[in-house]
Design a protein around this ligand. Structure first.
Ligand SMILES: Nc1ncnc2c1ncn2[C@@H]1O[C@H](COP(=O)(O)OP(=O)(O)OP(=O)(O)O)[C@@H](O)[C@H]1O
Ligand SMILES: [Mg+2]
Length: 230
């Protein structure tokens, strides 16, 4: 079985893709083979008969293993709306079994680590009963929480951390991603979260810069069995 890292976030548009790309580059520098996976994407562009999503293209491009697009992003919708609503508008439906089934080719492809980007936040609905969190539990993926550093993120980060813990999956830690160049008291906000989050701080991504991952990320990856050959 591949080692799976699921990148979730405090909201949509908080930098999950930015973090996933930084992580793929970091893992590649350390000699790991990687796969990127975006199980469900909305806001896709149509080219000829196929749909493409910019997040999935970025993951595909920065993974070390070349996988066909439809394996990187098996479920795609044009409308930039909640996935279960996009599905419903096309007389389709989403559920955990469908996602497990459509993602299994990518997850079973040989690679050291699969970096999976969620859509929206931790409790992304798949229908009126199920959320993406249940799929992550089935995968037994380890989770990294992207905190988009902006006003309101403290509450979102604490709630999301608690919800992930409640799901019982391994939570590797959280990353402070600076999406607001002008955020007042950024340092104080990060200090608050470092004190209050019930998970490890994995580092900072300054605005428009590369990640400054904490050295602990290596240790944490090793502890979680994600480091296979180093
Ligand atoms: N550290 C950063 N510095 C500068 N811009 C950033 C940073 N992180 C994210 N952004 C920008 O913020 C926007 C949202 O980031 P991104 O697309 O990675 O978020 P997301 O959580 O993956 O969104 P979605 O929910 O749509 O998948 C993008 O325009 C991205 O380039
Ligand atoms: Mg994204």
């Amino acid at each position: 079985m591949n080692n799976r890292i699921f990148i979730t976030g405090t909201d949509t548009n908080v930098g999950k893709t930015y973090v996933a790309v930084e992580l793929l580059q970091y893992l590649a520098r350390r000699g790991f083979s990687t796969i990127g996976l975006k199980p469900v994407a909305t806001g896709c562009q149509r080219q000829a008969t196929e749909l493409y999503n910019s997040d999935a293209l970025a993951l595909q491009q920065h993974a070390t293993e070349p996988l066909p697009y439809e394996r990187v992003n098996p479920i795609a919708f044009v409308e930039p709306v909640a996935p279960h609503i996009a599905a419903q508008k096309q007389n389709k439906s989403l559920d955990t079994d469908f996602i497990l089934q459509t993602c299994s080719p990518a997850l079973n492809h040989p690679a050291d680590i699969v970096v999976i980007e969620g859509a929206g936040g931790w409790y992304l609905p798949l229908n009126h009963q199920q959320t993406m969190a249940e799929v992550v539990v089935q995968w037994q993926a380890s989770v990294i929480l992207t905190v988009g550093m902006r006003l309101g993120c403290l509450n979102h980060a604490l709630l999301t951390c608690r919800a992930i813990r409640q799901s019982g999956v391994p939570l590797l830690g959280w990353i402070a991603n600076c999406i607001d160049e002008q955020m007042p008291y950024l340092t104080e906000n990060i200090a608050t979260l470092r004190a209050m989050m019930d998970c490890a701080y994995l580092g900072l991504i300054p605005y428009n810069q590369s990640a400054r991952f904490d050295d602990r990320l290596d240790t944490i990856l090793k502890r979680n069995g994600n480091v296979c050959h180093q």
